[in-house]
Design a binder for this molecule. Structure first.
Ligand code: TXE
Length: 480
Protein backbone atom coordinates (compact mmCIF):
# COMPACT_ATOMS: atom_id res chain seq x y z
CA UNK A 1 0.00 0.00 0.00
CA UNK A 2 1.24 3.49 -0.91
CA UNK A 3 2.74 5.29 2.08
CA UNK A 4 2.57 9.07 2.18
CA UNK A 5 5.57 10.53 4.00
CA UNK A 6 6.41 13.70 5.84
CA UNK A 7 8.59 16.24 4.02
CA UNK A 8 11.10 17.56 6.54
CA UNK A 9 14.35 19.39 5.80
CA UNK A 10 13.90 18.82 2.06
CA UNK A 11 13.54 15.06 2.37
CA UNK A 12 10.74 12.56 2.65
CA UNK A 13 10.72 10.64 5.91
CA UNK A 14 8.54 8.21 7.83
CA UNK A 15 7.04 9.27 11.19
CA UNK A 16 9.39 8.66 14.09
CA UNK A 17 6.98 6.37 15.98
CA UNK A 18 6.05 4.54 12.77
CA UNK A 19 2.32 5.06 13.34
CA UNK A 20 0.02 5.37 10.35
CA UNK A 21 -3.50 6.48 9.49
CA UNK A 22 -5.74 4.89 6.83
CA UNK A 23 -6.51 7.13 3.87
CA UNK A 24 -9.80 6.38 2.12
CA UNK A 25 -10.79 6.85 -1.49
CA UNK A 26 -14.26 8.41 -1.10
CA UNK A 27 -15.46 7.17 -4.48
CA UNK A 28 -14.92 3.52 -3.54
CA UNK A 29 -14.96 3.62 0.26
CA UNK A 30 -11.67 1.69 0.25
CA UNK A 31 -8.38 2.40 1.97
CA UNK A 32 -5.89 3.19 -0.76
CA UNK A 33 -2.92 4.70 1.09
CA UNK A 34 -1.52 5.34 4.53
CA UNK A 35 -0.36 8.60 5.98
CA UNK A 36 1.87 9.40 8.93
CA UNK A 37 0.29 9.80 12.32
CA UNK A 38 3.00 12.27 13.28
CA UNK A 39 3.93 12.89 16.88
CA UNK A 40 5.17 15.91 18.81
CA UNK A 41 8.70 14.74 17.95
CA UNK A 42 8.00 14.88 14.21
CA UNK A 43 6.62 18.39 14.58
CA UNK A 44 9.68 19.37 16.62
CA UNK A 45 11.96 18.00 13.88
CA UNK A 46 10.05 20.05 11.32
CA UNK A 47 10.35 23.10 13.53
CA UNK A 48 14.12 22.62 13.98
CA UNK A 49 14.58 22.32 10.20
CA UNK A 50 12.52 25.47 9.65
CA UNK A 51 14.42 27.34 12.36
CA UNK A 52 17.79 26.42 10.84
CA UNK A 53 16.63 27.46 7.37
CA UNK A 54 15.20 30.80 8.48
CA UNK A 55 18.29 33.07 8.64
CA UNK A 56 19.33 32.26 5.11
CA UNK A 57 15.82 32.24 3.54
CA UNK A 58 14.76 35.48 5.22
CA UNK A 59 17.83 37.32 3.93
CA UNK A 60 18.05 35.82 0.47
CA UNK A 61 17.47 38.33 -2.34
CA UNK A 62 13.87 39.13 -3.14
CA UNK A 63 14.43 38.19 -6.75
CA UNK A 64 15.82 34.77 -5.83
CA UNK A 65 12.88 34.04 -3.54
CA UNK A 66 10.45 35.24 -6.19
CA UNK A 67 12.12 33.08 -8.88
CA UNK A 68 11.82 29.93 -6.77
CA UNK A 69 8.13 30.54 -6.06
CA UNK A 70 7.50 31.18 -9.76
CA UNK A 71 9.30 27.92 -10.54
CA UNK A 72 7.06 26.02 -8.10
CA UNK A 73 4.07 27.59 -9.89
CA UNK A 74 5.23 26.38 -13.28
CA UNK A 75 6.08 22.89 -12.01
CA UNK A 76 2.56 22.58 -10.60
CA UNK A 77 1.21 23.25 -14.10
CA UNK A 78 3.68 20.79 -15.63
CA UNK A 79 2.28 18.19 -13.21
CA UNK A 80 -1.35 19.22 -13.67
CA UNK A 81 -2.60 15.81 -14.72
CA UNK A 82 -0.83 13.96 -11.90
CA UNK A 83 -2.01 16.43 -9.26
CA UNK A 84 -5.59 16.71 -10.56
CA UNK A 85 -5.96 12.93 -10.60
CA UNK A 86 -4.54 12.66 -7.10
CA UNK A 87 -6.89 15.38 -5.86
CA UNK A 88 -9.97 13.78 -7.43
CA UNK A 89 -9.14 10.37 -5.97
CA UNK A 90 -8.23 11.69 -2.53
CA UNK A 91 -11.12 14.12 -2.14
CA UNK A 92 -13.92 12.74 -4.32
CA UNK A 93 -14.26 15.93 -6.35
CA UNK A 94 -14.87 15.71 -10.11
CA UNK A 95 -11.62 15.48 -12.07
CA UNK A 96 -12.91 18.27 -14.32
CA UNK A 97 -13.06 20.59 -11.30
CA UNK A 98 -9.60 19.62 -10.04
CA UNK A 99 -8.19 20.14 -13.54
CA UNK A 100 -9.89 23.45 -14.24
CA UNK A 101 -9.92 25.06 -10.78
CA UNK A 102 -8.05 23.46 -7.90
CA UNK A 103 -4.66 22.75 -9.41
CA UNK A 104 -4.41 25.83 -11.66
CA UNK A 105 -5.30 27.92 -8.62
CA UNK A 106 -2.57 26.25 -6.53
CA UNK A 107 -0.14 27.30 -9.23
CA UNK A 108 -1.56 30.85 -9.34
CA UNK A 109 -1.14 31.14 -5.57
CA UNK A 110 2.64 30.72 -5.96
CA UNK A 111 2.81 32.81 -9.10
CA UNK A 112 0.77 35.62 -7.57
CA UNK A 113 2.88 35.89 -4.40
CA UNK A 114 6.13 35.51 -6.37
CA UNK A 115 5.19 38.84 -7.94
CA UNK A 116 3.25 40.46 -5.10
CA UNK A 117 6.28 40.34 -2.81
CA UNK A 118 8.28 42.43 -5.29
CA UNK A 119 5.58 45.14 -5.07
CA UNK A 120 5.13 45.04 -1.29
CA UNK A 121 6.16 48.50 -0.07
CA UNK A 122 6.51 49.79 3.47
CA UNK A 123 5.33 53.13 4.76
CA UNK A 124 7.34 56.25 5.61
CA UNK A 125 6.14 59.29 7.54
CA UNK A 126 7.90 62.58 7.80
CA UNK A 127 7.23 64.11 11.23
CA UNK A 128 6.84 67.75 10.30
CA UNK A 129 8.41 70.25 12.70
CA UNK A 130 10.26 67.53 14.61
CA UNK A 131 13.04 66.97 12.10
CA UNK A 132 12.30 63.29 12.10
CA UNK A 133 11.40 60.64 9.61
CA UNK A 134 9.74 57.33 10.43
CA UNK A 135 9.74 54.28 8.25
CA UNK A 136 8.33 50.85 8.83
CA UNK A 137 10.27 47.66 8.30
CA UNK A 138 8.22 44.58 7.45
CA UNK A 139 10.23 41.70 8.85
CA UNK A 140 9.28 38.05 8.41
CA UNK A 141 7.99 36.51 11.63
CA UNK A 142 10.20 33.41 11.71
CA UNK A 143 8.79 29.90 11.72
CA UNK A 144 5.05 30.00 11.00
CA UNK A 145 2.37 27.29 11.04
CA UNK A 146 -0.13 26.66 8.22
CA UNK A 147 -3.05 24.29 8.80
CA UNK A 148 -5.51 23.57 6.02
CA UNK A 149 -8.75 21.61 5.46
CA UNK A 150 -9.92 18.88 3.08
CA UNK A 151 -12.41 20.62 0.79
CA UNK A 152 -9.95 22.39 -1.53
CA UNK A 153 -6.81 20.56 -0.45
CA UNK A 154 -3.91 21.92 -2.54
CA UNK A 155 -5.72 25.19 -3.34
CA UNK A 156 -6.02 26.21 0.32
CA UNK A 157 -2.72 24.65 1.45
CA UNK A 158 -0.77 26.76 -1.06
CA UNK A 159 -2.94 29.85 -0.40
CA UNK A 160 -1.19 29.97 2.99
CA UNK A 161 2.24 28.61 2.20
CA UNK A 162 2.95 30.85 -0.80
CA UNK A 163 2.56 34.21 1.01
CA UNK A 164 4.33 32.84 4.11
CA UNK A 165 7.37 31.86 2.04
CA UNK A 166 7.24 34.99 -0.14
CA UNK A 167 7.46 37.15 2.99
CA UNK A 168 10.63 35.31 4.06
CA UNK A 169 9.25 32.98 6.72
CA UNK A 170 9.96 29.30 6.99
CA UNK A 171 7.00 27.01 7.44
CA UNK A 172 5.69 23.99 9.30
CA UNK A 173 2.52 22.99 7.46
CA UNK A 174 -0.13 20.36 8.04
CA UNK A 175 -2.70 19.44 5.41
CA UNK A 176 -5.93 17.73 6.39
CA UNK A 177 -5.52 14.07 7.36
CA UNK A 178 -8.52 13.35 5.12
CA UNK A 179 -6.83 14.64 1.94
CA UNK A 180 -3.02 14.47 2.31
CA UNK A 181 -2.03 13.33 -1.19
CA UNK A 182 -1.38 16.52 -3.15
CA UNK A 183 0.42 18.17 -0.23
CA UNK A 184 2.66 15.09 -0.21
CA UNK A 185 3.37 15.49 -3.93
CA UNK A 186 4.13 19.18 -3.44
CA UNK A 187 7.29 18.30 -1.48
CA UNK A 188 8.95 16.83 -4.52
CA UNK A 189 7.94 19.82 -6.64
CA UNK A 190 9.49 22.21 -4.12
CA UNK A 191 12.76 20.24 -4.15
CA UNK A 192 12.82 20.31 -7.95
CA UNK A 193 12.15 24.06 -7.94
CA UNK A 194 15.26 24.58 -5.78
CA UNK A 195 13.51 25.54 -2.55
CA UNK A 196 16.28 25.27 0.06
CA UNK A 197 16.06 22.47 2.62
CA UNK A 198 13.95 23.21 5.67
CA UNK A 199 12.18 26.26 4.22
CA UNK A 200 8.93 24.30 3.86
CA UNK A 201 8.23 21.30 6.09
CA UNK A 202 5.07 19.26 5.66
CA UNK A 203 3.94 17.13 8.59
CA UNK A 204 0.96 14.82 8.22
CA UNK A 205 -1.30 13.67 11.00
CA UNK A 206 -4.45 14.15 13.03
CA UNK A 207 -5.70 17.53 14.14
CA UNK A 208 -5.76 16.86 17.86
CA UNK A 209 -2.21 15.44 17.94
CA UNK A 210 -0.06 16.72 15.05
CA UNK A 211 -2.08 19.90 14.56
CA UNK A 212 -2.21 20.44 18.31
CA UNK A 213 1.60 20.15 18.52
CA UNK A 214 1.90 22.95 15.94
CA UNK A 215 -0.52 25.33 17.64
CA UNK A 216 1.00 24.63 21.08
CA UNK A 217 4.58 25.11 19.92
CA UNK A 218 5.85 28.14 21.82
CA UNK A 219 8.20 29.27 19.04
CA UNK A 220 5.79 29.02 16.13
CA UNK A 221 4.58 32.57 16.46
CA UNK A 222 1.90 32.78 13.78
CA UNK A 223 -0.78 30.34 12.69
CA UNK A 224 -2.79 30.57 9.51
CA UNK A 225 -5.77 28.21 9.71
CA UNK A 226 -8.73 27.32 7.52
CA UNK A 227 -11.27 24.85 8.84
CA UNK A 228 -14.27 24.47 11.11
CA UNK A 229 -15.43 27.22 13.48
CA UNK A 230 -15.13 24.99 16.57
CA UNK A 231 -11.51 24.17 15.71
CA UNK A 232 -10.85 27.86 15.07
CA UNK A 233 -12.17 28.75 18.52
CA UNK A 234 -9.98 26.04 20.07
CA UNK A 235 -6.92 27.38 18.25
CA UNK A 236 -7.67 30.93 19.39
CA UNK A 237 -7.93 29.76 23.03
CA UNK A 238 -4.73 27.74 22.84
CA UNK A 239 -2.76 30.48 21.12
CA UNK A 240 -3.95 33.42 23.24
CA UNK A 241 -1.61 32.95 26.24
CA UNK A 242 1.36 32.77 23.83
CA UNK A 243 0.21 35.91 21.95
CA UNK A 244 0.44 34.19 18.59
CA UNK A 245 -0.65 36.02 15.49
CA UNK A 246 -3.72 34.29 14.06
CA UNK A 247 -5.51 34.22 10.75
CA UNK A 248 -8.66 32.11 11.01
CA UNK A 249 -10.81 31.41 7.97
CA UNK A 250 -13.74 29.43 9.31
CA UNK A 251 -17.19 28.28 8.32
CA UNK A 252 -19.86 30.01 6.31
CA UNK A 253 -23.62 29.88 5.86
CA UNK A 254 -23.86 32.30 3.01
CA UNK A 255 -27.03 33.98 1.78
CA UNK A 256 -27.89 34.06 -1.91
CA UNK A 257 -30.43 36.88 -2.38
CA UNK A 258 -32.35 36.70 -5.65
CA UNK A 259 -34.49 39.63 -6.81
CA UNK A 260 -37.07 39.55 -9.60
CA UNK A 261 -35.16 42.16 -11.61
CA UNK A 262 -32.03 40.04 -12.02
CA UNK A 263 -30.61 38.52 -15.19
CA UNK A 264 -32.59 35.31 -14.65
CA UNK A 265 -30.70 32.78 -16.78
CA UNK A 266 -27.29 33.89 -15.56
CA UNK A 267 -28.58 33.78 -11.97
CA UNK A 268 -29.98 30.27 -12.43
CA UNK A 269 -26.78 28.78 -13.89
CA UNK A 270 -24.60 30.45 -11.29
CA UNK A 271 -26.91 29.50 -8.42
CA UNK A 272 -26.65 25.88 -9.47
CA UNK A 273 -22.87 26.17 -9.19
CA UNK A 274 -22.88 28.14 -5.92
CA UNK A 275 -25.19 25.50 -4.42
CA UNK A 276 -23.55 22.26 -5.51
CA UNK A 277 -19.99 22.87 -6.78
CA UNK A 278 -17.53 20.53 -5.05
CA UNK A 279 -20.57 18.70 -3.60
CA UNK A 280 -21.42 21.90 -1.71
CA UNK A 281 -18.21 21.58 0.29
CA UNK A 282 -16.92 25.11 -0.22
CA UNK A 283 -17.05 27.64 2.59
CA UNK A 284 -18.35 30.17 0.03
CA UNK A 285 -21.30 28.11 -1.22
CA UNK A 286 -24.59 29.98 -1.10
CA UNK A 287 -26.44 27.45 1.00
CA UNK A 288 -29.27 29.77 2.09
CA UNK A 289 -31.21 30.89 -0.97
CA UNK A 290 -33.80 33.65 -0.54
CA UNK A 291 -35.98 34.53 -3.52
CA UNK A 292 -38.30 37.48 -4.12
CA UNK A 293 -41.83 36.10 -3.86
CA UNK A 294 -42.95 37.26 -7.32
CA UNK A 295 -40.52 34.82 -8.99
CA UNK A 296 -40.47 32.19 -6.25
CA UNK A 297 -42.62 29.55 -7.97
CA UNK A 298 -40.86 29.99 -11.30
CA UNK A 299 -37.47 29.72 -9.59
CA UNK A 300 -38.48 26.56 -7.74
CA UNK A 301 -39.55 24.89 -10.97
CA UNK A 302 -36.45 25.88 -12.95
CA UNK A 303 -33.97 25.23 -10.17
CA UNK A 304 -35.30 21.73 -9.54
CA UNK A 305 -35.17 20.99 -13.27
CA UNK A 306 -31.54 22.10 -13.52
CA UNK A 307 -30.56 20.21 -10.35
CA UNK A 308 -32.15 17.03 -11.72
CA UNK A 309 -29.95 17.29 -14.80
CA UNK A 310 -26.69 17.21 -12.80
CA UNK A 311 -24.69 14.01 -13.30
CA UNK A 312 -23.65 12.35 -10.08
CA UNK A 313 -20.90 9.82 -10.42
CA UNK A 314 -17.35 8.63 -10.14
CA UNK A 315 -14.97 11.61 -9.87
CA UNK A 316 -12.64 10.45 -12.66
CA UNK A 317 -15.51 10.19 -15.14
CA UNK A 318 -15.36 13.28 -17.38
CA UNK A 319 -19.17 13.56 -17.42
CA UNK A 320 -19.47 13.85 -13.64
CA UNK A 321 -20.78 17.13 -12.19
CA UNK A 322 -21.12 15.92 -8.61
CA UNK A 323 -18.63 13.44 -7.17
CA UNK A 324 -18.42 11.76 -3.78
CA UNK A 325 -18.49 13.49 -0.41
CA UNK A 326 -15.14 13.54 1.30
CA UNK A 327 -15.61 10.89 3.99
CA UNK A 328 -18.12 8.47 5.42
CA UNK A 329 -18.50 10.47 8.62
CA UNK A 330 -19.04 13.67 6.66
CA UNK A 331 -21.61 11.93 4.45
CA UNK A 332 -23.48 10.81 7.57
CA UNK A 333 -23.31 14.28 9.06
CA UNK A 334 -24.77 15.88 5.93
CA UNK A 335 -27.46 13.20 5.67
CA UNK A 336 -28.41 13.73 9.33
CA UNK A 337 -29.42 17.29 8.46
CA UNK A 338 -31.65 16.06 5.64
CA UNK A 339 -33.22 13.64 8.11
CA UNK A 340 -34.33 16.43 10.44
CA UNK A 341 -35.82 18.50 7.60
CA UNK A 342 -39.40 17.59 8.41
CA UNK A 343 -39.16 18.11 12.15
CA UNK A 344 -37.55 21.51 11.46
CA UNK A 345 -40.56 22.50 9.35
CA UNK A 346 -38.86 21.92 6.01
CA UNK A 347 -40.08 20.19 2.85
CA UNK A 348 -37.65 18.27 0.65
CA UNK A 349 -38.38 19.47 -2.88
CA UNK A 350 -35.69 17.42 -4.55
CA UNK A 351 -33.04 14.85 -3.55
CA UNK A 352 -32.60 13.86 0.04
CA UNK A 353 -31.14 10.41 -0.30
CA UNK A 354 -27.93 8.45 -0.80
CA UNK A 355 -27.06 7.41 -4.33
CA UNK A 356 -25.58 4.12 -5.45
CA UNK A 357 -23.17 4.55 -8.33
CA UNK A 358 -22.77 1.37 -10.37
CA UNK A 359 -19.36 -0.21 -9.76
CA UNK A 360 -18.78 2.15 -6.80
CA UNK A 361 -21.41 0.84 -4.41
CA UNK A 362 -19.44 1.73 -1.27
CA UNK A 363 -18.68 5.32 -2.33
CA UNK A 364 -19.98 8.31 -0.41
CA UNK A 365 -22.58 9.66 -2.82
CA UNK A 366 -25.53 11.87 -1.97
CA UNK A 367 -28.21 13.48 -4.12
CA UNK A 368 -28.10 17.25 -4.45
CA UNK A 369 -30.90 18.32 -2.17
CA UNK A 370 -33.26 21.31 -2.13
CA UNK A 371 -35.25 21.96 1.03
CA UNK A 372 -37.99 24.56 1.28
CA UNK A 373 -38.13 26.17 4.72
CA UNK A 374 -40.60 28.53 6.31
CA UNK A 375 -38.51 29.81 9.19
CA UNK A 376 -34.92 30.99 8.79
CA UNK A 377 -34.23 30.17 12.44
CA UNK A 378 -34.38 26.42 11.87
CA UNK A 379 -31.20 24.38 12.21
CA UNK A 380 -31.02 23.81 8.45
CA UNK A 381 -30.57 27.52 7.81
CA UNK A 382 -28.51 28.25 10.90
CA UNK A 383 -25.87 25.48 10.98
CA UNK A 384 -23.13 24.83 8.44
CA UNK A 385 -24.11 21.61 6.67
CA UNK A 386 -21.20 21.78 4.17
CA UNK A 387 -22.68 19.43 1.62
CA UNK A 388 -24.93 19.44 -1.46
CA UNK A 389 -27.90 20.75 0.49
CA UNK A 390 -29.55 24.15 0.13
CA UNK A 391 -32.57 25.74 1.74
CA UNK A 392 -34.91 28.02 -0.17
CA UNK A 393 -37.38 30.55 1.15
CA UNK A 394 -39.31 33.53 -0.32
CA UNK A 395 -39.09 37.17 0.82
CA UNK A 396 -41.12 40.29 0.02
CA UNK A 397 -39.05 43.42 0.67
CA UNK A 398 -35.41 44.55 0.53
CA UNK A 399 -35.30 45.01 4.29
CA UNK A 400 -36.69 41.55 4.85
CA UNK A 401 -34.00 40.14 2.53
CA UNK A 402 -31.35 42.04 4.46
CA UNK A 403 -32.51 40.82 7.82
CA UNK A 404 -32.72 37.21 6.57
CA UNK A 405 -29.15 37.53 5.22
CA UNK A 406 -27.84 38.76 8.56
CA UNK A 407 -29.84 36.36 10.72
CA UNK A 408 -26.99 33.87 11.22
CA UNK A 409 -23.83 33.55 13.32
CA UNK A 410 -21.60 33.37 10.24
CA UNK A 411 -20.45 36.21 7.98
CA UNK A 412 -18.19 34.95 5.24
CA UNK A 413 -19.78 35.87 1.90
CA UNK A 414 -23.08 36.87 0.30
CA UNK A 415 -24.41 36.96 -3.25
CA UNK A 416 -26.95 39.49 -4.50
CA UNK A 417 -28.81 39.10 -7.79
CA UNK A 418 -30.39 42.36 -8.98
CA UNK A 419 -29.94 44.91 -11.73
CA UNK A 420 -30.94 47.74 -9.40
CA UNK A 421 -27.74 49.56 -8.47
CA UNK A 422 -29.16 51.37 -5.46
CA UNK A 423 -30.51 48.15 -4.02
CA UNK A 424 -27.30 46.21 -4.56
CA UNK A 425 -25.16 48.97 -3.04
CA UNK A 426 -27.48 49.30 -0.04
CA UNK A 427 -27.32 45.56 0.59
CA UNK A 428 -23.57 45.32 -0.08
CA UNK A 429 -22.99 47.96 2.57
CA UNK A 430 -25.26 46.44 5.21
CA UNK A 431 -24.85 42.70 4.85
CA UNK A 432 -22.55 41.42 7.58
CA UNK A 433 -19.93 39.53 5.54
CA UNK A 434 -16.34 39.83 4.42
CA UNK A 435 -17.05 39.19 0.75
CA UNK A 436 -20.00 40.34 -1.38
CA UNK A 437 -20.70 39.20 -4.92
CA UNK A 438 -23.18 41.12 -7.04
CA UNK A 439 -24.51 39.24 -10.07
CA UNK A 440 -21.73 36.65 -9.85
CA UNK A 441 -20.29 34.08 -7.45
CA UNK A 442 -16.76 33.06 -6.51
CA UNK A 443 -15.18 35.37 -9.03
CA UNK A 444 -11.76 35.84 -7.47
CA UNK A 445 -9.00 38.39 -7.86
CA UNK A 446 -6.09 37.34 -5.69
CA UNK A 447 -5.27 40.96 -4.79
CA UNK A 448 -8.51 41.35 -2.83
CA UNK A 449 -8.99 40.70 0.91
CA UNK A 450 -10.47 37.29 1.61
CA UNK A 451 -12.07 36.29 4.91
CA UNK A 452 -15.11 36.74 7.10
CA UNK A 453 -16.70 38.43 10.08
CA UNK A 454 -18.67 37.04 13.04
CA UNK A 455 -18.11 33.28 13.49
CA UNK A 456 -16.50 33.05 10.05
CA UNK A 457 -13.19 34.08 11.53
CA UNK A 458 -10.67 36.84 11.97
CA UNK A 459 -8.06 38.31 9.65
CA UNK A 460 -7.89 38.44 5.89
CA UNK A 461 -5.94 36.43 3.37
CA UNK A 462 -5.03 37.50 -0.16
CA UNK A 463 -2.92 40.24 -1.70
CA UNK A 464 -0.97 42.50 0.62
CA UNK A 465 -3.26 41.50 3.50
CA UNK A 466 -1.58 38.09 3.51
CA UNK A 467 1.89 39.63 3.29
CA UNK A 468 1.01 41.94 6.19
CA UNK A 469 -0.14 38.95 8.22
CA UNK A 470 3.08 37.05 7.58
CA UNK A 471 5.32 40.02 8.51
CA UNK A 472 5.86 41.96 11.70
CA UNK A 473 5.91 45.75 11.29
CA UNK A 474 8.74 47.56 13.04
CA UNK A 475 8.85 51.34 13.08
CA UNK A 476 12.22 53.11 12.86
CA UNK A 477 12.39 56.79 13.79
CA UNK A 478 15.39 58.90 12.73
CA UNK A 479 15.93 62.34 14.19
CA UNK A 480 18.12 64.56 12.08
O1 TXE B 1 -12.51 20.49 10.09
P1 TXE B 1 -11.37 20.75 11.12
P2 TXE B 1 -13.29 19.13 9.82
C1 TXE B 1 -16.33 23.03 8.39
C2 TXE B 1 -17.44 22.15 7.87
C3 TXE B 1 -17.07 20.81 8.38
C4 TXE B 1 -16.52 21.18 9.75
C5 TXE B 1 -15.59 20.17 10.33
O2 TXE B 1 -18.67 22.54 8.42
O3 TXE B 1 -18.15 19.95 8.48
O4 TXE B 1 -15.82 22.37 9.52
O5 TXE B 1 -14.65 19.74 9.35
C6 TXE B 1 -6.89 20.48 11.73
N1 TXE B 1 -5.17 21.74 16.38
N2 TXE B 1 -15.26 23.24 7.45
O6 TXE B 1 -13.55 18.34 11.05
O7 TXE B 1 -11.35 19.71 12.17
C7 TXE B 1 -7.31 19.29 10.92
O8 TXE B 1 -6.41 18.23 11.08
C8 TXE B 1 -4.67 22.03 15.17
C9 TXE B 1 -15.19 24.55 6.87
O9 TXE B 1 -12.60 18.43 8.77
O10 TXE B 1 -11.47 22.17 11.54
C10 TXE B 1 -7.33 19.88 9.52
O11 TXE B 1 -6.01 19.95 9.00
N3 TXE B 1 -5.24 21.64 14.03
C11 TXE B 1 -13.99 24.76 6.11
C12 TXE B 1 -7.86 21.30 9.79
O12 TXE B 1 -7.61 21.56 11.15
C13 TXE B 1 -6.39 20.95 14.11
C14 TXE B 1 -13.27 23.67 5.50
C15 TXE B 1 -9.36 21.47 9.53
O13 TXE B 1 -10.06 20.50 10.25
C16 TXE B 1 -6.97 20.64 15.34
C17 TXE B 1 -13.41 22.42 6.20
C18 TXE B 1 -6.30 21.06 16.52
N4 TXE B 1 -6.78 20.80 17.75
C19 TXE B 1 -14.39 22.25 7.11
N5 TXE B 1 -8.11 19.93 15.11
C20 TXE B 1 -13.78 26.06 5.44
N6 TXE B 1 -13.80 27.16 6.19
O14 TXE B 1 -13.59 26.10 4.25
C21 TXE B 1 -8.23 19.81 13.77
N7 TXE B 1 -7.17 20.41 13.16
Amino acid sequence: MKKIENYINGEYSTPIENRWIDNYNPSTGEIYSLLPNSSVTDVQMAYEAAKTAFPSWSTTSLQHRSDILAKIASLIIENLELLANAEAIDNGKPLSLATSVDIPRASSNFDFFAHAITQFASEAHESMGQNAINFTLRNPIGVVGCISPWNLPLYLFTWKIAPALAAGNTVVAKPSEITPMTAYLLGDICTKAGLPKGVLNIVHGLGNTTGQAIIEHPDIKAISFTGGTATGAHIAKTAAPMFKKLSLELGGKNPNLIFADCDYEKMLTTTLRSSFANQGQICLCGSRIFIERTIYDQFKKDFIKKTKALKIGEPLNKETNIGALVSKSHLEKVKSYIDIAEQEGGTILYGGDYITVKGYENGYYLQPTIIEVTDSNCRLTQEEIFGPVVTIMPFDTDDQALSLANNVRYGLSATIWTNNLNRSMYLAKHIQAGIIWINTWMMRDLRTPFGGVKDSGIGREGGFEALRFFTEPKNVCIHY
